[in-house]
Design a protein around this ligand. Structure first.
Ligand code: SAJ
Length: 431
């Protein structure tokens, strides 16, 4: 479905969501300006290149830039549609910071015209879209802004969160259902018309506040369920039971589907978004807050257990297997695997080696520690204690004969056939 070729779109924020979104809309036949505060990002995109790793994104961006459908700039130009996809971080006390959303709103205010559609896509605390509307009403008293005027408004303002999985972003941006919340029902319908032009999934309208909460609920749901698995893993370790077997067997019940324990929850969404909900209703969000605390505690638990194991085997070289925040990707930010491996490297220095097939060099957390990045084959040859932190396919495929006599602390349940007898303390294969 090609977009109306006259339609112009301005996407603010050229990060993991903004750039793929801008490129997809451009591919659909629209003229897109991608806006980013970083001149370096703007120059990279304008040269047809990408500054982030995502499957097939490089070819797509190269094509739409070459055709002139996507251009990057450091400030917004007048357009029919503005899509805000900037980061919403939180401070040390987990208070959400919508400063970038408000800056982007200030940046588009001078170029807004009657008939324009403004869409917020950034994960945001409930009520943020209303704040965007209030700010626009303040900055542009000449425009009738929805929610701040009586009768038909001059512009449309909606909230539509992305829900794509890193590594599948281009597929999921098109195929996933979209939940579209308007400041008014008219705003939601206008945004739905826009998304229907390049989304194959269902587009469902609601209020802006509900759509904001939907996004936060999705990631909190996953966080709570991972916390359940992580809590089970610590309980099973205490009781001397193999948690992987317990989960495998419990999941044979037709209505039970327990997720997998690990060294904690990483990434930029699941470990962050629940705090937005907790902050919005602190008294009522006991379960969600506790789940966050359980998942944070799991990383500390793994660090303690791994340190104990390494200390108990003073002559043995140690390999930490994986640094990414989840399998088969090269993203090492917000990764519990990095937290665990870096803690070991700081304490045990040169005894620690890191195997990470997706890394060319160790991240800054390892600077000065003495730990080294080594190939899998040299780790298997030189290290007798393996600490599995990421379930990369490459690690899964290591046959039993290459690891049967190793001591293994497997935080991901990667090798169910690992003989427990080879493990020394009760930690082996217990996450
Ligand atoms: N994890 C476990 N056990 C599991 C599943 C995951 O420990 O059984 C860990 C992973 O190892 C990782 C973390 O959770 O450290 C998060 O990984 P993920 O694959 O669950 O999710 P993300 O962060 O890559 O993407 C999530 C997705 N949200 C949901 O699945 C509800 C994605 O659809 C969202 O678009 C994305 O957050 C986002 O941008 O909000």
């Amino acid at each position: 479905m090609p977009i109306d070729s006259e339609q112009t779109v301005c996407v603010l924020g050229l990060g993991y969501i903004g750039l793929p979104t801008a490129a997809l809309i451009a591919r659909s036949g629209c003229r897109v300006t991608g806006v980013d505060v970083s001149q370096q990002v703007v120059d990279t995109v304008n040269s047809g290149k990408v500054h982030i790793e995502e499957v097939d994104l490089d070819g797509l961006v190269q094509g739409v830039v070459a055709r002139g459908s996507l251009t990057a700039a450091t400030a917004p130009l007048p357009a029919d549609v503005f899509v805000i996809a900037v980061p919403t971080p939180h401070d040390e006390e987990h208070r959400p910071d919508i400063g970038h959303v408000l800056s982007a709103t200030r940046a588009i205010a001078p170029v807004l015209k009657a008939g324009n559609l403004v869409i917020l896509e950034s994960t945001s605390p409930v009520g943020t879209t209303e704040k965007v509307a209030a700010l626009l009403a303040e900055l542009r008293p000449d425009l009738k802004v929805p929610g701040a005027c009586s009768g038909a408004a001059d512009i449309f303002i909606s909230y539509c969160p992305e829900r794509v999985l890193p590594g599948r972003i281009l597929v999921e941006l098109v195929d996933n259902d979209r939940c579209i919340g308007g400041i008014t029902p008219r705003c939601a319908r206008r945004a739905m018309t826009f998304y229907r032009q390049f989304v194959r999934g269902a587009c469902i309208t609601t209020s802006a506040r509900a759509a904001e909460m939907v996004k936060l609920v999705e990631n909190s749901y996953r966080d709570v369920n991972i916390a359940f698995a992580n809590e089970l893993s610590m309980m099973a370790e205490e009781m001397g039971v193999d948690v992987w077997e317990v989960i495998r067997l419990a999941n044979r019940h037709p209505r039970v589907n327990i997720l997998q324990p690990g060294p904690g929850v990483g990434g930029h969404c699941i470990a962050v978004d629940p705090w937005f909900l907790v902050h919005g209703a602190p008294e009522q969000s006991r379960l969600i807050r506790t789940a966050r605390e359980v998942n944070i505690a799991k990383t500390a638990h793994v660090i303690g257990a791994a340190e104990m194991l390494v200390a108990q085997h003073p002559q043995v070289r140690v390999a930490c297997m994986g640094l990414a925040f989840k399998p088969n990707i090269d993203d090492f930010r917000e990764s519990p695997a990095v937290d665990v491996a870096a803690a070991l490297a700081r304490r045990f220095g040169e005894r620690i080696s890191i195997v990470e097939p997706f890394a060319k060099a160790l991240p800054a957390e390892f600077d000065g520690s003495g730990a080294k990045l080594i190939e899998l084959d040299s780790a298997l040859a030189s290290c007798d204690l393996l600490i599995v932190l990421v379930d990369h396919e490459l690690f899964k495929s290591i046959p039993l004969e290459e690891r049967a006599d190793k001591i293994v602390y497997d935080t991901r349940g990667l090798w169910p056939d690992q003989p427990a007898a080879a493990a020394g303390p009760s930690l082996s294969r217990v996450a």
